[in-house]
Design a protein. Structure first.
Length: 71
């Protein structure tokens, strides 16, 4: 293989790798959304009455899980 052919093959590999990552990310999101149970309006109101809304909680009651999710 010449230098240009090797470079083109590497670029093609990178494009394919990125495309596969994007598809996997989309499919993972679709699976995640499919696994979230649907709730009726009545159930949602009951949940909100029992647990309130995020704006009603103090900031120190939240846990930043950004690093946990990324790894």
């Amino acid at each position: 293989m010449t230098g240009d052919t090797t470079m083109e093959a590497q670029m093609l590999r990178d494009i394919i790798k990125q495309s596969v990552r994007e598809v996997l990310r989309e499919e993972r999101l679709s699976l995640f959304l499919a696994l979230i149970p649907l709730v009726s309006d009545k159930e949602l109101h009951e949940i909100e009455a029992k647990f309130a809304t995020p704006s009603q909680y103090a900031p120190e009651e939240f846990i930043d899980m950004t690093d946990w999710i990324k790894s």
